[in-house]
Design a protein around this ligand. Sequence first.
Ligand code: FAD
Length: 412
Amino acid sequence: MTTAAEDIESVESFRDRARRWLADNLPPAPPIHFSEKGKSWSRARELQRLLYDGGFAGICFPKEYGGLGLTLAHQDAFSTESHDYEMPLAFNIPTLTICAATILDMGSEEQKRTHISAVLRGDELLAQFLSEPRGGSDLAGLTTRADRKGDNWILNGAKIWSSGAYAADYGLCLARTDWTVPKHSGLTMFLVPVQSEGLTLQRITQVDGSTEFCQEFFDDVVLPADSVVGEVNDGWKTATRQLFHERSAVSGASPYASGIQSHRGRDVTTGLLELARRTGQIDDPRVREDIGEASALNLVHDQLTTLITRAITAGSLPPAAGSIVRLSSAQNSWLQADTAVRIAGASAATGEPDKVTGSGQAGQDYLMRQGWSLAGGSTEMARNIISERVLGMPREAAEDRDVPFDQVKHGR
Ligand SMILES: Cc1cc2nc3c(=O)[nH]c(=O)nc-3n(C[C@H](O)[C@H](O)[C@H](O)COP(=O)(O)OP(=O)(O)OC[C@H]3O[C@@H](n4cnc5c(N)ncnc54)[C@H](O)[C@@H]3O)c2cc1C
């Protein structure tokens, strides 16, 4: 929604009001833990409700759907001010920044009114059902199917790697609804209740012990016609928006994130300095150089994010340019994780995660290093997108591009 400039509260006035409200209403932030282990979804719901009741939820979402209809500058001011307070950060990815943002762009009026406001009130969490066991990069090649039966759709298939789905209320699920057309043309996006009859959800235990990832099996799940997000057989359009929001979210560029994510921003340098201090290496020139390098890349990434986001908003770069930030974000996360392990030394592997120096935590966090180059689409796919859709280089060869999906040879 556009609001006349004169009706908008100034950023400075909004910042002052937010500062006072935060001090009066939110507890201090808990200690930094890069790992997602132990995330409390019920606490996140409570905190999101608190923000909503205080008038600080959904700063960049339109007013008619429960948001404030303000600008990114207002959101940035609030996020900066909220840095030292406990925030519902678990709502950011994927609920607010990816799923609610996609519903805002592609959903029906009814879906926007129902789901965006429920999310902003803290009543609803959303998940993404995109990746499948056969692979996530070739998203358009998915084989989960939805068949029309009377007024309903019948969903069958399997999804995997859905972050936090066990705690979610709905998942945005991309399924094949027409097998007689090329792969991008026969897809439809559905909003699927996680508690649906016929949906079996399993949590996956990762190498770092966390169980946030889920796998879902759909056996004749019945979905009403109004579960479709966007148009039937035009789900790729909805998915493209969703992937755009995902790249923005993962690289820290989304206007819908509230609060500062713990694995980026100034926390990263603070965390490395703290680790060097606790391990008695704060005066070591090599360690100081490493932290300087990590800090510099972090700064460059932040600036790049701002620059590219502005260019996409202004239309001077295509939305696909979000992949540049996505790529930089993975490289930045790698350097931060590598630097922490270099400082921690052997105790990254042998130390207990929560003991005094934090060295073991560095090792624990390192286990997620590779994940940052997969989440939101892999770095290789980001390079493909940049070369093909930003630089205009020739498209990667694909045997199945213009072939009806039911004639594509699978499993080769
Ligand atoms: C932290 C995290 C959170 C996630 N959350 C979700 C979620 O909520 N919902 C969801 O649906 N998924 C989620 N995913 C899954 C993620 O989208 C996939 O991991 C990603 O799309 C890659 O798919 P894949 O793991 O199946 O790898 P594959 O697609 O099997 O790829 C394997 C490797 O081959 C490379 N590769 C594949 N195709 C090409 C190509 N054409 N050119 C060059 N290289 C190629 C890839 O880059 C990768 O390195 C999450 C992943 C992570 C790590």
